[in-house]
Every structure is written in C-alpha cells, then in structure tokens.
Design a binder for this molecule. Structure first.
Ligand SMILES: [Fe+2]
Ligand SMILES: [Fe+2]
Length: 151
C-alpha cells in the first residue's frame, strides 16, 4: 500500500465535498437534513482533530510550516463554531440554510487551501517516510475521536 498522508486527507475532503452538496439539496427540517448534517459534522470534526494531532503537529516542527499550520487550526475553530450553531438552530428556518451556506463556503475554501497551498509546502518539508507513516497515525487519531464523539 503506498498511500501517503496527502491522499488520505484528500479522501476525507472528497467525502466532505459530497456531503456538503447533499445537505445543500435537502429541504426544511427533514430526516435527510438531520442525518446528513450529523454525519458531516462528526466527520469534519474528527478529521480536523486528526489533522491537528498528526499532520499539523508535524508541520509545526518546521519553522517554515508554522504560519500556515496556525492559520489552518484557526479555520478549524471557526468551522467548529458554525457547526455548533447549526446543531442548535431550527433546521426548518431559512436562517439555517443561510448559515449552512457560510459553513459550506468556509469548508470548501479550507480544503482547497490545504490541497493547493499546504500540501506542496508539507511535501517539501516532510520526509517520504513520515508522509507514509502518518496515514496509520491519522486513522488512529480519527477513529479515537469518532468513538469519543459517539459515546
Ligand atoms: Fe483542515
Ligand atoms: Fe482537511
């Protein structure tokens, strides 16, 4: 298996892009909206935690990677706050969809930035060995977060 950390993270991003599109198509306080959004929220949060524990922790060890890592972590917190709001809002209100549109935009921007700006930088800074070894560490950290959130 020659997956590296970039391919692993990209897999999650593609899943998140699909889920965002599906939520955008839902209407009102439907079971579909609740289920799809719950799935997206849990996965996005566990993904961000795993990125911070494994990928960004590694990038922070390099002076050159610190600024971008810090910026990404800040965006994780911003997305997390909007997710929290959405979970508490009335799913049937137009306000919910408007707020979701903001989250969708932020998530898309964040994922594009990671793929287009951060991956090339990390590609230069991290060793080939670490790029591969981080896949299992990422999976483990994410799994741990998912279990914690399900409990
Ligand atoms: Fe991220
Ligand atoms: Fe990500």
């Amino acid at each position: 298996m020659d997956t590296d950390i970039f391919a692993r993270i990209r897999d999650d991003h593609d899943k998140h892009r699909t889920l965002v599109e599906l939520v955008e198509k839902t209407k009102g306080d439907s079971r579909g909206r609740r289920e799809l959004f719950a799935k997206l929220a849990t996965d996005v949060r566990a993904h961000a935690d795993a990125e911070e524990r494994v990928f960004y922790a590694e990038l922070m060890k390099h002076t050159e990677g610190r600024e971008k890592a810090g910026h990404s972590v800040k965006e994780h917190h911003e997305a997390d706050a909007i997710i929290e709001e959405l979970l508490e809002m009335d799913y049937a209100s137009t306000g919910w969809l408007n707020r979701f549109a903001t989250l969708a935009e932020e998530l898309r921007h964040h994922m594009d930035e990671e793929e287009k700006e951060i991956f090339p930088l990390a590609g230069r800074l991290l060793s080939a060995e670490r790029k591969k070894a981080m896949v299992a560490e990422f999976d483990e950290a994410k799994e741990h977060e998912m279990k914690k959130r399900a409990a």
